[in-house]
Design a protein around this ligand. Structure first.
Ligand code: BGC
Ligand code: NOJ
Length: 796
């Protein structure tokens, strides 16, 4: 089978050795508010704070060839033009390697005795990308060649940049000063920001007008200036502003030349925008250029970035006999959780960065992957999310990162949403012990003056469910539950409307969700534990009420939600069953099997084991568990988007990796280690055998792998930004390896068919080194929290 790369565990890198990957394999850079996407051929773009409104580089979606637009360096050596990252010229290289590491990417190309090694990273504390280029003459003769940089600017709003040409083609403005090319489109009016691309030494030529640099009918692969070995020294006025430097270089055999480029973003206060009429204030750009003027400065900034990640990833380390498990846990899963936390679902090679805001449910779930890494940022995120809630416990489905306001276009009415606030907050407090967050004043719908405590927000999240029960005493689904595509009140027959935003017919609807029922019971039990903790000591009467509601829900599930061998999925608008043996298609669904078994509903009566067996029997295939079976083969107007997908894809019987961990955790809670471990291995990319089939990155989880009913089962899509990251983290760290944060300590309760392994775990101010001797008996040991270093042997 063809391989495109391999893991380098010691450096926490993935090494790509063939540039023609089956899909661009990307990485992310940035830790604060300046972020970049970078592919293995240096394609991609960057933005500050918001991928839609503050887009810095232009990127071409749906392009042919794929992945056009990026930071391109060209080398013209005699008649040969090549790029260190292979694209866009695609000149065959003598050597190519791309190393995606933690927050940086390093691309190395070599051709005809000239080696170009380009390190890309976003330094901590600066709003820029730094590119350190090392050019080495590896041959035996002196080399004289031209070296070009190139980026293309986006006119800031990534959406209108692709549409409003009658305006855009006249607005572009640049300035050139020293070694730096500035992009200042719209700065003269309402913008307080500009971008720049500078080099740490004087250039021999430049271009800022795309047509001059590339030529009207050429592609990125054949810029006319590069082909001619010249620069146009062009100053862009409208059309498409770009930035390119040219350096004429000579290297003796063995000699290395280093160039440093900074691609930065600056904001200025209104009164400081200009230093003279039409001349922008470049002070902050100068500061950034000066910060990366020498190789020593770059080395120091890079070391700081590495230290940042080393410190984070030192918080949880497993050493087992399974390298695929170790590298997933110790590096890539945690890294992906961080990236998902930063980006939510906004910008990837499957999310355009212009569509969705921060999801209420998504962002809460993402917390589970990062509370142990960046608890302070988790805390702020919880407050931000809760601030978009309404007094009745409902909430906006999404909010905008720039304003933190609820998104009116999509609105609310997704009835699982409120419960995720309990989920996220409990995860945070279990990790940190910070019960104080419950007393934080948090407004409704961001309106000052409406503040109540976060605890009150949790209470109304809980009662939003009990206030919205359907005819069987099960939760009304509203627009949709976790499955955005199970639209039971939508009835859309108009291809021009979106399933997510179209007007719903909820009045008189009997549509109920077993997924929300399971979520309610599971989170209800957590909520009771939280409320009963001495640090909260909630009113016993209130706690009793919560317990009674949970018990009533369990009863309703057993009475109306059990189909004989598995849990039903839902009742539709008319009160008919979904996910039942009575259905023609879509007889078994994963979500309710996952949530009801995690909630242990009917465990004593054997319902959980039966449900898990049914998941195995009907949903499991070679690559994981599909979402539903049999897949829908036609459009059901009363089920909505789920039945719009061809069978085997996305929510219609795709392997929706996000919900596989629910079954994995359910299996572990039932003590079925072999099943839990097998399900986990199937969706975990480090175990990928066929990289070509999987197509997308073998180092990160994806949202969806084509299911058994698809044309090409096993083909992955929608990598990186997915709840799968946080949920597999929860599944592997807590359910399988058994390290479960509790309000007062760590509970060690593994369920994995691996004998002895070590865990290094930082927990609040404690640092545990655990040797776990797992006899597979399903035992557990509680370690009360105590600050300081401790080495313990745990036998279970
Ligand atoms: C997708 C879902 C997604 C939803 C909201 C649907 O088309 O299939 O996975 O959550 O859109 O953007
Ligand atoms: C992706 C969405 O981001 C998430 O909120 C949803 O639960 C899943 N799709 C399933 O529809």
């Amino acid at each position: 089978m063809k391989s495109f790369g391999h893991f380098d565990d010691a450096h926490r890198e993935y090494v790509i050795t063939d540039p023609a990957t089956p899909w661009p394999w990307i990485n992310y850079m940035g830790t604060e508010d300046f972020f970049s996407l970078i592919s293995n051929t240096a394609g991609g773009y960057c933005f500050c704070k918001d991928a839609k409104f503050r887009r810095i580089l232009r990127y071409r979606y749906n392009g042919v060839p794929m992945d056009d637009g990026g930071r391109y360096y060209y080398i013209k050596d005699g008649d040969t033009v090549w790029n260190p990252g292979w694209k866009p010229c695609k000149t065959p290289l003598d050597f190519y390697e791309c190393r995606h590491g933690m927050g940086y990417t390093r691309v190395t190309g070599e051709k005809d005795g000239l080696k170009a090694d380009v390190l890309f990273f976003v330094p901590i504390g600066h709003r820029c990308e730094v590119h350190r280029v090392k050019l080495t003459n590896t041959g035996t003769v002196k080399k004289t060649f031209q070296f070009y940089s190139f980026v293309e600017w986006c006119l800031w709003n990534a959406s209108t940049d692709m549409e409003n040409f009658q305006r855009n083609l006249s607005t572009g403005q640049v300035e050139i000063e020293g070694n730096v090319l500035y992009h200042k489109t719209e700065y003269r009016e309402r913008r307080d920001h500009y971008a720049f691309f500078g080099a740490n030494r004087a250039f021999d030529g430049f271009d800022t007008d795309r047509e001059t640099f590339i030529g009207m009918y050429n592609g990125f692969n054949a810029p006319q200036q590069v082909l001619a070995g010249t620069s146009g020294n062009s100053v862009a006025h409208g059309w498409s502003p770009v930035a390119s430097h040219r350096f004429d270089l000579t290297l003796e055999p063995g000699e290395t030349e280093e160039l440093i480029f900074v691609l930065g973003y600056v904001e200025n206060a209104p009164e400081e925008k200009f230093v003279a009429p039409q001349v922008i204030n470049k002070a902050k750009a100068h500061v950034m250029m000066d910060a990366f003027a020498t190789g020593a400065q770059v080395d120091a900034a890079f070391a700081q970035l590495r230290a940042f990640w080393d410190d984070l990833l030192d918080r949880f380390i497993v050493e087992s006999e399974v390298p695929e498990l170790d590298r997933t846990v110790n590096v890539w899963n945690q890294y992906q959780c961080m990236i998902t936390f930063f980006f939510s679902r906004s910008a990837s090679y499957f999310e355009s960065g212009i569509g969705r805001g921060m999801g209420f449910r998504d962002s809460n779930q993402d917390l589970a992957g990062i509370v142990h890494l960046i608890p302070d940022r988790a805390r702020q995120r919880i407050i931000d999310i809760a601030s978009t809630q309404f007094p009745d416990g409902g909430c906006y489905h999404q909010y905008q990162p720039l304003t933190k306001r609820g998104n009116n276009d999509i609105g609310g009415g997704f009835n699982d949403d409120p419960l995720w606030l309990i989920f996220g907050t409990v995860a945070y407090i279990r990790e940190t012990g910070d019960f104080g967050i419950l007393q934080e004043p948090v407004p409704f719908d961001n309106q000052p003056g409406t503040e109540v405590s976060l605890l009150e927000h949790l209470k109304i999240s809980f009662s939003h469910v009990t206030d919205n029960l359907g005819p069987h005493g099960l939760p009304l689904i509203g627009r949709a539950d976790w499955n955005d595509c199970l639209n039971l009140n939508c009835f859309s027959d108009n291809p021009d409307e979106s399933f997510q935003t179209t007007e719903n017919k909820t009045e008189g609807s009997k549509a109920e969700s077993l997924m929300i029922a399971g979520l309610f019971v599971a989170e209800g039990k957590d909520f009771v534990e939280l409320l009963s903790h001495p640090s909260v000591a909630a009113d016993p009467e209130y706690v009793l009420g919560v317990k009674e509601s949970v018990a009533a829900m369990e009863k309703a599930v057993k009475q109306y939600g059990w189909d004989g061998e598995w849990f039903l999925r839902a009742y539709d608008y008319y009160g008919r069953k979904i996910g039942s043996k009575e259905c023609e298609e879509g007889k078994v669904f994963i979500e309710s099997q996952g949530w009801c078994t995690m909630a242990r509903i009917g465990a004593e009566e054997g319902l959980c084991d039966k449900a898990l067996d049914s998941a195995k029997k009907y949903l499991e295939c070679e690559y994981g568990l599909v979402l539903n079976n049999p897949a829908y083969t036609k459009y059901y107007i009363d089920y909505g988007e789920i039945s719009s997908y061809p069978q085997g894809y996305k929510e219609n019987a795709g392997i929706f990796c996000h919900n596989n961990p629910w079954v994995i955790i359910g299996e572990a809670m039932a003590g079925r280690a072999e099943d839990a471990w097998r399900h986990y291995q199937k969706i975990t990319p480090a175990f990928t055998k066929d990289q070509e089939l999987r197509k997308i990155e073998p180092y990160v989880f994806c949202q969806m792998v084509a299911g058994k009913d698809a044309e090409k089962p096993g083909e992955g899509k929608n990598s990186w930004l997915t709840g799968t990251a946080a949920w597999t983290w929860k599944a592997v760290s807590e359910a399988l390896l058994g390290i479960k944060p509790q309000f007062d300590g760590l509970l060690v309760e593994p369920c994995i068919p691996i004998g002895t392994y070590r865990i290094h775990r930082r927990f609040r101010d404690a640092e545990y080194d655990l040797i776990i001797r797992n006899a597979g008996r399903g035992g557990k040991v509680f370690i009360p929290y105590k600050p300081g270093k401790q080495t313990l042997e745990v036998e279970v």
